[in-house]
Design a protein around this ligand. Structure first.
Ligand SMILES: NC(=O)c1ccc[n+]([C@@H]2O[C@H](COP(=O)([O-])OP(=O)(O)OC[C@H]3O[C@@H](n4cnc5c(N)ncnc54)[C@H](O)[C@@H]3O)[C@@H](O)[C@H]2O)c1
Length: 315
């Protein structure tokens, strides 16, 4: 495959750093752009000496003029704690950031990929969620800056596609976990692992009967590149995630088991607009991209636990 120069926004974040690694390993040049709002230098530290890797501090709510062959737009805080910290900036990153990246792609006549989210489905009344489901989102609640920002970004991508014939690829990411997640961002997998490794009580919201499906990061990145490299008429939106569903309580028990922790479970009230159930329908990804997850929860958890064990050892 020919080598391309690829822009990854949010490249110093959890998913972005894995994507940068994957693209470099495939022989591409990577321009990683990040404002380090939630991203960390340590996520890409091991890539800094790579001849094909370049790191640029930049906020995508401001225009960017660079020359690249492809764009992956991942910049946006992803966890509720981070995206609710400055909700106006979250919406700006999703919407103005999308406009800037779409404008850049239009000027360069290159393909652009958008990291959208299962949050566009809100608290779904259809289960599992196919791409054709329009969602059930509260436009005024504390999660709206993220959910509606991402929905508007999708609208922009499809309007640039229809109006300017821009080549777009839109993926809807479901809960993903793995090494380089933030240790204290309130996301359930990292929360439970850190609490278990520290022997602290494991916090469960509600009764723990709400379900989630968790995709290991390596599987997800394989879905990204499969979509980006697919024929131009496959534009998405396309769900990428792992449809294996667990209750939050089952997850907590598995983490305790795999870490050998003595942590106890504690129960707290459910936060506002917390979805009760979330599972991807990935039949489109299977059919169109020949993609499906291969790493099961136990294996992924073991790799993630090893990462956090090392991280907490350094602290
Ligand atoms: N991890 C998941 O489970 C998940 C699920 C659904 C969607 N997503 C989407 O995937 C993308 C990456 O998520 P992640 O889990 O890696 O989160 P993350 O917070 O680790 O990464 C986001 C990155 O974007 C950067 N960023 C934020 N605002 C920016 C701005 N204005 N300009 C430049 N950089 C900016 C951050 O510093 C960070 O490095 C996000 O768009 C997120 O919405 C992730």
């Amino acid at each position: 495959m020919e080598s391309r120069r690829i822009l990854v926004t949010g490249g110093a974040g959890f998913l972005g750093s894995h994507l940068c690694e994957r693209l470099l390993a495939a022989g591409h040049e990577v321009l990683c752009v990040d404002n380090f709002f939630t991203g960390q230098r340590r996520n890409v530290h091991h890539l800094l000496d790579h001849n094909n890797f370049e790191l640029l501090r930049h906020d995508i709510t401001f225009p960017l003029f660079v020359e690249v062959d492809e764009i992956y737009n991942l910049a946006c805080p992803a966890s509720p704690i981070h995206y609710q910290f400055d909700p106006v900036q979250t919406t700006k990153t999703s919407v103005i950031g999308a406009i800037n990246m779409l404008g850049l792609a239009k000027r360069l006549k290159v393909k652009v990929f958008q990291a959208s989210t299962s949050e566009v489905y809100g608290d779904p009344s259809v289960h599992p969620q196919p791409e054709s489901y329009w969602g059930n989102v509260n436009p005024l609640g504390p999660r709206a800056c993220y959910d509606e920002g991402k929905r508007c970004a999708e609208t922009l991508f499809f309007d640039y596609h229809r109006q300017h014939r821009l080549k777009i690829k839109v993926v809807r990411i479901f809960n993903t976990y793995g090494p380089r997640m933030h240790a204290r961002d309130g996301r359930v997998v990292s929360n439970f692992i850190v609490q278990a490794l520290k022997g602290e009580p494991i916090t469960i919201y509600g009764e723990g009967q709400q379900t989630r499906s968790f995709c290991y990061v390596d599987d997800l990145i394989g879905g990204f590149t499969a979509l980006m490299d697919s024929p131009d008429d496959i534009v998405g939106p396309i769900n990428i995630g792992n449809p294996n569903e667990f209750t939050i309580r089952q997850l907590a028990e598995q983490v305790i088991d795999l870490t050998g922790s003595s942590s106890k479970l504690v129960f707290e009230p459910l936060p506002a607009d917390d979805p009760k159930q979330r599972r991807p329908d990935i039949s489109a990804a299977e059919r169109l991209l020949g993609w499906g997850p291969t790493i099961q929860l136990r294996e992924g958890l073991l790799r993630t636990i090893a990462y956090f064990d090392e991280l907490l050892g350094e602290a």
